[in-house]
Design a protein around this ligand. Structure first.
Ligand SMILES: Cc1cc2nc3c(=O)[nH]c(=O)nc-3n(C[C@H](O)[C@H](O)[C@H](O)COP(=O)(O)OP(=O)(O)OC[C@H]3O[C@@H](n4cnc5c(N)ncnc54)[C@H](O)[C@@H]3O)c2cc1C
Length: 195
């Protein structure tokens, strides 16, 4: 529609910065460049028998740099957190041309300021993200899915608490935004928790 055509701004394509630099299953970390799509990042993790949980409808085109710069949440946010929670380190080009070398991979890094958090969610205002070290997780070995209709948000919170407790924290609720569908099934009349 022409919305992508800049008027005086600089347009940067990250399309040629899409390498998977390293996948380190023993560390549960992968280092990827910012132009890689989210789907390609998920696939790189899966290729090493690991899981990268950030997932959203635009994952086929949204880039790692884009989801980090918008601090995107996606559908698994309640279990794994927002993009900020999945980034261990960043590399970025700052407005003065300096490179911020922050591709740390440590889980425990308590040395001084954590400057990556300024870049995450900054929508490109503080620099161009060029690469990221991302957290990986074990692939789920078994899965059961339920779609449950509930009367109130309070009931959803109660169900979430029960599901987390009964799965030892393994429940992965999907955070979906309502789209006007009012016909989802209600509580199952024979389920012991339906009362
Ligand atoms: C504040 C915000 C929050 C969002 N949260 C969600 C969410 O929770 N779930 C969801 O599904 N979608 C979310 N979106 C939509 C989200 O932008 C897209 O789903 C996707 O992340 C965009 O990726 P993209 O690569 O197309 O980025 P673009 O649309 O190209 O860019 C998005 C923003 O990030 C900046 N940016 C892109 N790449 C880089 C880079 N390498 N370095 C620095 N800045 C960069 C751009 O300048 C722009 O400001 C959000 C959008 C915004 C603006």
């Amino acid at each position: 529609m022409g919305g992508q055509i800049p008027y005086g701004e600089v347009l940067i394509s990250m399309n040629r910065m899409r390498a998977v630099r390293r996948v380190l299953p023993l560390e549960d970390v992968m280092v990827v460049e910012a132009g890689l799509t989210l789907k390609e990042a998920q696939d790189a993790a899966a290729g090493a028998d690991r899981f990268f949980p950030l997932s959203l409808a635009a994952e086929g085109t949204a880039t790692v740099g884009g989801v980090i710069s918008t601090n995107a949440g996606g559908t698994a946010v309640l279990r794994y957190g927002v993009a900020r929670d999945l980034v261990l380190g960043l590399e970025a080009v700052l407005p003065n041309g300096e490179i911020f070398h922050g591709l740390k991979r440590l889980r425990k890094d308590n040395t001084g300021y954590d400057l990556k958090h300024l870049l995450i969610g900054a929508e490109g205002t503080l620099g161009i993200v060029t690469a990221a070290a991302l957290k990986l997780f074990p692939v789920m070995r078994s899965r059961a899915t339920a779609v449950v209709g509930l009367e109130t948000p309070a009931a959803a919170l109660e169900l979430l608490a029960v599901a987390k407790a009964e799965t030892g924290g393994g429940a992965r609720p999907r955070a979906d935004e309502p789209t006007g569908h009012r016909d989802l099934p209600g509580p199952h009349p024979r389920h012991p928790r339906s009362a």
